[in-house]
Every structure is written in structure tokens, then in C-alpha cells.
Design a protein around this ligand. Structure first.
Ligand code: FAD
Length: 407
């Protein structure tokens, strides 16, 4: 054993939504699990109260499959008890033509297409659940800084403070700039979209009608995602994700509030009326990457550390939650069959099951991104005609919608 190292069976590096969900999914197993995180959410404090009309600027559209996973570990009902906003319809249209598509939950026989949740509320719910978990040590603050391999196939993760954590299996769930991926020399294919996302919360003159609205502009998509607070009756708050060229995002970030609101209302074609109020604006660079392999020796990657995807389809967290649901399933099956946690057969099964799904979704998003970014007339015609055709072809439309909602 490594001198001075704390010994665990499994260390999860990164306690975002994906890593923390994995920790929940390992509850009940006879394993010593550590979840390491730079900064944990404050204990017992809700970032936003149910009836606040201020919202976290970072939200996610959780699909049915993610809600199921969070429900199975007892977190979804907690989140719903605070707040989330089910959306029943989605309207997508092209600024450069007449193409449009409309999805509705009713057509799929579902209650909703998904739920918009604030990331900080999801995390607060997960950590509320994790703080009582017997087999788990929360190690924070801890910033992963170095990695050593031990004889016998174990790893030692070393924090900036010098703290050492030894593990049979190390899971990198530390986001798009994963330190684990870098420290383990795991290669990744990256491509820059040449875009940035501007994120904010707004109040509009008209109700969002529990609909997700997305318009494709020449420079990228602008999306309005519905929000709801307890006791609210007008439902006029939406979370905005506006993907555009980095220099335009910079300009939008600096515009005086009133000018920004006018630009935004124009960008979404005033479908929700004027934008009456807007909160602080934040900017995120948009890069897509996919790790060439999710497994190296006793190290596995999950969530954004394995893949990041354009937010236009709101699938990043959903893919990550699916990753850890499958990983936990394979680890449980492996343990039940007497295999070690770092058994390559178990880890490769996880990789095989997740890679095809993740790559399929990434290529679909890449295709959409290119098609909607294209200006040549034939491509504009194709996408307008294609959108309208898909809108009228019920079986194909329902297939696409079911895949997106994770049914
Ligand atoms: C503008 C925008 C909008 C989006 N909208 C949606 C949406 O609607 N739906 C959706 O599904 N997805 C959406 N996404 C994607 C989604 O936010 C990500 O896929 C998701 O947050 C990934 O979760 P994660 O836990 O893998 O990584 P992260 O959320 O990045 O968490 C990683 C964690 O690791 C910790 N960490 C990092 N480095 C270290 C280190 N060295 N040591 C210790 N800890 C470390 C961090 O503190 C963090 O807590 C959006 C993304 C963007 C940019």
C-alpha cells in the first residue's frame, strides 16, 4: 500500500451532477467510495427558494430517462418539491425560411417532453441525499493534481494539498476540462464550434405556455426554456441559451440591458412578446470533444469528461446520467459475478454500451449544427423542406421525439 494514502475501493473525481449521481447509485454496495470535489454546495442551504422569481442561470432539460434514474435514487421527488418546470411542447423553426417543427407530449401519449431544472437545485437535492450515505466519504475541498500507478493495478490520486487517495477503480467525472483525462494521458478528439453560448434568465410579456422555443439564426440557435416558481400564476420566466459567434456573444454580453432585451425579442421573433426583464448574462465557450477511449487500465471516464456536446439539443447531462447508470449496472453485475471493480471485461462492457449512444447523439447534433449554419441555397432549401417533411411524417417525428425525451 502507498505510504500515507487513504484507501478506497472506488474514487469518483468530480462531484458535478454526473459524478454525484454515480455516488448515489453505488449506495448499498459493500464498497468504500470517495467522491472528491473542488467545492461542494453549501449544506442545508437552498440556492433559491420555491417562490423566488430569481433563477439559477444554469439549467438543464432533463429527459424521462434521467428523471427515472434520479427517481430511483430518491432525488427526483425532492427536486420536484422545490421546483422544476415540465414542458409539454417544443417549437423549432428556421430564421432563413419557412421550415418549422412542432413536438408535443400529447402526440406521444406522454405528460411532458422533459423538465427544465436549475442545476444548483439538482445538485442540492443529490447532496441532501448523499450526506447520509454510509459507504461514502465526501472529500472536499480537493483539487486533483497528480496521479500515480500502484503495483496491483491501483491508482493514487493526489490533491493540490498533497492528500493521497488510493483506489482500485478511479472514475473521472470532472467535466469537459477533465484533470483525470489529462493526468492519465487519455486522448480525445476535439473540435471547436467557433461559437459561445450566452446564458441568462428573462421575463417576457406573454406566458411561455410550457413550451421550449428554439429559433435557428444564421449565427446559431437561440432557445427559450420555460421556468416556473411556486405560487406563480403567469409563467413568464424563461432561461435563455443563445449560441452565437464568440465576438457577437461578447458584444451581447456588454450591451446595455434595454438594447439586449430588444435584440433578444427580435431574435426569437417576438413569439413571447417583449422581453421585459433580464438577469445577469454569462458566457460559455462551446467545444465538442469525445474521448477516444473511455477506459484506460483502472480509470474510466463518464459525463463531460468523456464527451461534451453542443447545448442545442439539451442532451449533455442526460448522456452523462445515462453513462453512470450503465456504469453502476455493469459494476453491480461484475461484483455479483465475483469480478474485481477494475476488471477490463466489466469496464469494456460499459464503454461499448455507452460509446455508440453518445457518438450517435453527437453526430446528430453536429449534422444539425452544420445544416443550420449552412448558407448555400440548396442546403437552406433542404433544411426547410426537411423540417416541414419531418413535421408532417408522424412516425419519424415520434421516433425522433421519443429518442430525445429518453423514452
Ligand atoms: C450553456 C449550456 C447549456 C446547457 N444546457 C443543457 C441542457 O439543457 N441539458 C443538458 O442535458 N445539458 C446541458 N448542458 C450540458 C451540461 O451542462 C453538461 O453536460 C453537464 O454539466 C456535465 O456534467 P458533469 O458532471 O459531467 O460535469 P460538470 O458539471 O462540469 O462537473 C464537473 C465537476 O468536477 C469538478 N472538478 C473539475 N476539475 C476538478 C479537479 N481538478 N479536482 C476536483 N474536482 C474537479 C468541478 O468542480 C465540477 O463540480 C449545457 C451546457 C452549456 C455550456
Amino acid at each position: 500500500m502507498n505510504e500515507g494514502a487513504e484507501k478506497f475501493d472506488l474514487v469518483i473525481a468530480g462531484g458535478g451532477i454526473v459524478g454525484a449521481t454515480l455516488a448515489c447509485l453505488l449506495d448499498g454496495l459493500e464498497l468504500r467510495v470517495a467522491l472528491v470535489e473542488q467545492r461542494l454546495p453549501d449544506e442545508g442551504e437552498l440556492p433559491f427558494q420555491e417562490s423566488d422569481l430569481r433563477f439559477d442561470p444554469r439549467v438543464s432539460a432533463l429527459n424521462e430517462s434521467s428523471r427515472q434514474v434520479l427517481g430511483d435514487v430518491g432525488v427526483w421527488s425532492w427536486i420536484q418539491g422545490v421546483r422544476s418546470c415540465d414542458y409539454r411542447e417544443m417549437r423549432v423553426w428556421d430564421a432563413e425560411g419557412t421550415g418549422s417543427i412542432h413536438f408535443s407530449a400529447a402526440a406521444l401519449g406522454a405528460d411532458s417532453l422533459g423538465a427544465i431544472v436549475e442545476n444548483s437545485i439538482v445538485l442540492a437535492g443529490i447532496y441532501e441525499r448523499l450526506r447520509g450515505q454510509d459507504n461514502l466519504s465526501l472529500v472536499s475541498p480537493f483539487t486533483s493534481a497528480a496521479l500515480e500507478s500502484e503495483d496491483g493495478g491501483e491508482s493514487v490520486l493526489i490533491g493540490e494539498s498533497g492528500r493521497r487517495l488510493q483506489a482500485c477503480l478511479l472514475v473521472g467525472a470532472d467535466g469537459g476540462n477533465s484533470a483525470i483525462r489529462r493526468l492519465a494521458n487519455m486522448s480525445s478528439t476535439e473540435w471547436d464550434y467557433g461559437q459561445a453560448a450566452l446564458v441568462t434568465t428573462v421575463r417576457t410579456a406573454r406566458s411561455h405556455e410550457f413550451t421550449a422555443w428554439q429559433r435557428f439564426l444564421e449565427t446559431g440557435p437561440v432557445a427559450f426554456l420555460p421556468l416556473a416558481a411556486a405560487g406563480e400564476s403567469e409563467f413568464r420566466h424563461s432561461s435563455v441559451v443563445w449560441s452565437t459567434q464568440p465576438d457577437e456573444a461578447e458584444k451581447l454580453l456588454r450591451l446595455p440591458d434595454e438594447q439586449f432585451r430588444a435584440r433578444l425579442a427580435f431574435a426569437i421573433e417576438h413569439r413571447l412578446g417583449e422581453v421585459e426583464w433580464s438577469d445577469r448574462r454569462f458566457r460559455f465557450p462551446l467545444r465538442q470533444h469525445h474521448a477516444d477511449s473511455y477506459v484506460k487500465d483502472n480509470i474510466v471516464l463518464a459525463g463531460d469528461s468523456a464527451h461534451t456536446i453542443h447545448p442545442l439539443a439539451g442532451q449533455g447531462v442526460n448522456l452523462g446520467i445515462r453513462d453512470v447508470a450503465v456504469l453502476a449496472e455493469e459494476l453491480r453485475a461484475g461484483l455479483a459475478a465475483g469480478r474485481r471493480l477494475n476488471d477490463p471485461v466489466v469496464l469494456r462492457r460499459y464503454e461499448r454500451r455507452r460509446k455508440s449512444d453518445n457518438l450517435g447523439m453527437m453526430w446528430a447534433m453536429e449534422g444539425l449544427h452544420r445544416l443550420f449554419g449552412a448558407q448555400p441555397l440548396p442546403l437552406r432549401w433542404l433544411r426547410n423542406t426537411g423540417l416541414n417533411l419531418v413535421d408532417r411524417a408522424a412516425p419519424l417525428k415520434n421516433f425522433l421525439a421519443r429518442r430525445a425525451i429518453g423514452a
